[in-house]
Design a protein. Structure first.
Length: 310
């Protein structure tokens, strides 16, 4: 049913590369060129402008891309609804999740989802919040899951779970006055070497906002290093008297093993929300199915610390 030439065009338009499109589609580059040429002949207009070794999409190509988006969404929804009539579920579901969700929160949900709907082939890419949003704009994913909340008016944000972020330290070291029962003051926090996630991270975004309540800016803190992943931060913490603001989901095992400890900070309580994000007006049936499933099952993904505080 699917016009393969349209799929070739769509892939080239997203990747802006004939070579990368050929690799993704498992066909030769000359075959990609042939399909695009035939499509341009049929339409009577150029879809790409060749500039040296690079290509640029033309105005006609942009119009084509917009309608191709709608067509592929309709194809996915058609497949979904036909499978519903057959009392089956099937299709491809492409997800993108920001790092903490991808590493620590969503794997159990995906395992349950795949057991419930084995005919659906799901894929997951991860990155920081900005990268997940860009993947939506590039149409490489149907649904994003992010920490925090940006304010892009092109995107729809739907809350589906919550997560607590706390200051975490190594049990081998003392912080502040050394009394674990006494919350750290803002002044003491300034003296502790801190590890932070990179710019563009949803974790850094919500931490920055919460620190404003303590009248602290990032420039007020002793930031030892910005790091690109939570796992890197955790590994660093095992060997240095630093601390880091981390998701309790991410350090659940280390807290239970007695390797890390929570460092309470006076007047600091950060519970962030996890959001689904998708393009405004999107009506992808498989994405909606996963959203309903995740909201029903996300409550089981809480940490022991969260349960104690409930």
């Amino acid at each position: 049913m699917l016009d393969f030439r349209l799929k070739v065009f769509y892939t080239v338009a997203r990747r802006l590369s004939f070579t990368k499109a050929a690799e993704e589609l498992f066909i030769s580059q000359p075959a990609v060129t042939k399909h695009i040429h035939e499509l341009e002949q049929q339409l009577g207009m150029a879809l790409f402008e060749r500039i040296g070794n690079k290509i640029k999409i033309t105005r006609a190509g942009q119009v084509m891309l917009k309608h191709a988006d709608d067509i592929f969404t309709s194809y996915r929804n058609l497949e979904y609804e036909i499978n519903q009539l057959k009392h089956e579920q099937g299709g491809l579901l492409s997800l993108g999740a920001s790092t903490t969700i991808a590493q620590y929160f969503i794997p159990p949900l995906l395992a349950q989802f795949n057991q419930r709907y084995p005919e659906i082939t799901a894929s997951l890419i991860s990155g920081n919040t900005e990268q997940v949003e860009q993947a939506l704009f590039d149409k490489t994913i149907q649904l994003g899951l992010i920490e925090g909340r940006s304010k892009n008016p092109v995107l729809k944000y739907v809350e589906f779970a919550k997560d607590e972020i706390a200051l975490i330290g190594n049990v081998k070291y003392n912080y502040g006055d050394g009394d674990p029962e006494t919350p750290l003051t803002a002044a003491e926090l300034k003296s502790i070497p801190l590890l932070m996630r990179e710019q563009g991270s949803g974790t850094l975004e919500v931490i920055t906002d919460e620190l404003k309540r303590l009248k602290l800016k990032l420039t007020d803190l002793q930031i030892a290093m910005y790091m690109g992943s939570t796992e890197s931060i955790k590994s660093y913490l095992h060997y240095a008297p630093c601390a880091a603001f981390l998701s309790l989901h991410a350090v659940k095992r280390e807290l239970e093993a007695g390797e890390f400890k929570i460092l309470p900070v006076k007047n600091f309580k950060l519970v962030r929300k996890f959001h689904f994000i998708y393009l405004q007006g999107q009506q992808d049936k498989l994405a909606q199915l996963f959203m309903r499933f995740a909201r029903q099952h996300a409550g089981t993904q809480t940490t022991d610390t969260e349960n104690k505080n409930a």
